[in-house]
Design a protein around this ligand. Structure first.
Ligand code: C5P
Length: 239
């Protein structure tokens, strides 16, 4: 696979062209940012772990009938994916209170929600990815009502599959964020990544945080937490 010019550089990933019009290479970096890039850092093996973890999760979702952009892992840091245009909406799912929702509502973290909570954020760094609702999405013309309904349906299905998978790993899937993209023929599929960077993952017995909150909150053992998730994922999937 011939790696072409860099098409895009984000906070944690780079995207490269390939000789095929409809395929690109994603390279996972060790850089980490938090709080809209006000906190910056880098930690060992992050890129390698997020690439490996996203690979296992996307392969598993594919097996369960969820179409993703993932084609194949190329090496420690790179994967080949279908080219999509990313819908500029972050789909956040919450099964327990935590993070920005706990803060916004003035409630404790770790309260189990009786219903699945969806938060939408506009992907716009300059505005700090503000929380938006369905009305804003339609007002901005980001997608149609039918497409938005499909996005909720897909996100909900992904949550159901992942909750069960993490449960097998003795982990609570507290919340996570996904990004969806449109293929050239207009199909909405899962893109970006699913990793400890984009999920809150707590050990069921100890409630230890095994995700990016270790970096955000200076809790230490960041690399160890990502490796732990990778190891438990491999065991759960017999890989
Ligand atoms: O910060 P907040 O509580 O809204 O985050 C909810 C979930 O979405 C967390 O799992 C967090 O890691 C993820 N997230 C993300 N990228 C963002 C914002 C949130 O992966 N830009």
């Amino acid at each position: 696979m011939q790696k072409g010019e860099m098409l895009y550089e984000g906070k944690a990933k780079q995207i490269f062209a390939t000789e095929k019009e409809d395929e690109v290479i994603v390279k996972f970096k060790d850089d980490a940012t938090a709080f809209n890039a006000q906190k910056r850092g880098s930690f060992d093996r992050k890129g390698e772990m997020n690439n490996a973890i996203t690979t296992l999760i996307f392969e598993y979702l594919n097996e369960k009938g969820i179409e993703t952009h993932f084609i194949k892992k190329l090496d420690d840091r790179e994967q080949l994916v279908k080219k999509v245009s990313i819908i500029p909406i972050e789909m956040v799912v919450r099964n327990y209170s935590a993070g920005s929702m706990a803060q916004r509502l003035g409630i404790e973290e770790g309260i189990k929600s009786p219903i699945t909570i969806f938060d939408l954020c506009l992907k716009e760094d300059a505005l700090g990815d503000p929380l938006i609702n369905d009305f804003h999405v339609l007002f901005l013309g980001l997608v149609t009502r039918e497409e938005l309904d499909e996005m909720y349906h897909l996100t909900n299905k992904i949550n159901e599959i992942l909750k069960e998978l993490f449960d097998k790993m003795n982990i609570i899937l507290v919340d996570f964020k996904i990004e969806l993209g449109k293929t050239s023929d207009g199909k909405i599929i899962l893109a970006d990544e699913i990793s400890p960077d984009t999920c809150r993952l707590w050990d069921k017995d100890t409630m230890k945080k095994l995700d990016k909150d270790r970096f955000r909150r200076d809790l230490g053992d960041v690399t160890e937490a990502y490796v732990e998730i990778y190891d438990r994922l491999k065991t759960a999937l017999n890989k």
